[in-house]
Design a protein around this ligand. Structure first.
Ligand SMILES: NC(=O)c1ccc[n+]([C@@H]2O[C@H](COP(=O)([O-])OP(=O)(O)OC[C@H]3O[C@@H](n4cnc5c(N)ncnc54)[C@H](OP(=O)(O)O)[C@@H]3O)[C@@H](O)[C@H]2O)c1
Length: 253
């Protein structure tokens, strides 16, 4: 059995906590949080604390706080002997430098409290400094997921950058689409099958081959009309920049 302490009470902490509870070989001994309110969810299910000096002895401590707070948290964990890992895509292993045993346990998915996910299909990217720590993390990762990768800091940072484009920016495109629908009294739901097909298509086609639209076809007149339709200057800029980038890419194809 592997004993685990979770440090942080946000989206990732909550999802990992709920998932670990399903496996008796993963024992969440304690959750650390800053306030009673943030610990309320965990209180009835495991031990909790607001004090670093009251952290229990565990095999693994998983830091799931905001990226910018990681170094501050690390400075409060120097007394620990267990393996300490963070869950951030864009933070290096070296950020845990002052600690003896360190690693990264990065689940590549978008998490929101209350939206339960099946971890079995979520890729978990692991990094450690030694083989023993890697084996420990691998046991945890392979217990909850079928997709586990050994990914170093540079790779993980690039992966995170790619994820920003395919997830965060794509979602922002939905927001713009939603605004355009609202301005014209059209239900956004009409676009759901299109959104789903766009995502599904890349199971069988490369993103490069799947590209369609006026910029891909170089339909200048249609693009001009779209620019005139857009009310927001920012959205015009986004439309122009993306269209020009697509045109440039497919110019000679
Ligand atoms: N959300 C995702 O989709 C996702 C996916 C993969 C990896 N990650 C990574 O997982 C980590 C946590 O992300 P999240 O989405 O779970 O964040 P979150 O929901 O915003 O929660 C952040 C947590 O950090 C705590 N915190 C903030 N500043 C702190 C400090 N100075 N000292 C101690 N605790 C502090 C917060 O405590 P309070 O409640 O007291 O403010 C809260 O418990 C990040 O490194 C992120 O990059 C996130």
């Amino acid at each position: 059995m592997i004993s685990i302490v979770l440090i942080g009470t946000g989206n990732v902490a909550t999802q990992l906590f709920d998932t670990f509870l399903n496996y008796k070989q993963l024992n969440v001994l304690q959750v650390f949080g800053r306030t009673d309110t943030s610990l309320a969810y965990f209180n009835s299910k495991t031990a909790t604390t607001k004090h670093y000096n009251q952290l229990l002895k565990a095999d693994v401590y998983i830091i799931t706080v905001s990226d910018d707070a990681i170094s501050n948290v690390v400075n409060n964990l120097l007394h620990l002997n267990g393996l300490v890992v963070h869950t951030a895509g864009s933070v290096s292993l070296e950020a845990l430098s002052p600690l003896k045993n360190k690693g990264v346990f990065y689940p590549l998915q978008t998490f929101t409290k209350g939206k339960k996910l099946d971890f079995k299909t979520i890729p978990i990217c692991l990094e450690t400094q030694n083989k023993k720590d890697y084996s420990t993390l691998k046991i945890i990762a392979e217990t909850i997921s079928d997709v586990v990768y050994n990914i170093n800091t540079e790779q993980r940072k690039s992966l995170h950058l790619a994820a920003i484009f395919v997830n965060n920016f794509t979602n922002y495109m939905y927001t713009i689409g939603n605004e355009i629908c609202e301005e014209n009294n059209i239900p956004f739901d009409i676009l759901t099958p299109l959104i789903q097909e766009t995502a599904l298509k890349i199971n069988t086609l490369s993103p490069n081959a799947a590209q369609t639209g006026p910029a891909r076809r170089n339909d200048i007149q249609t693009m001009q009309t779209h620019l005139e339709q857009l009310r927001s200057k920012d959205n015009q800029k986004i439309y122009k920049l993306l269209s020009e980038s697509i045109q440039k890419k497919y110019k000679n194809l």
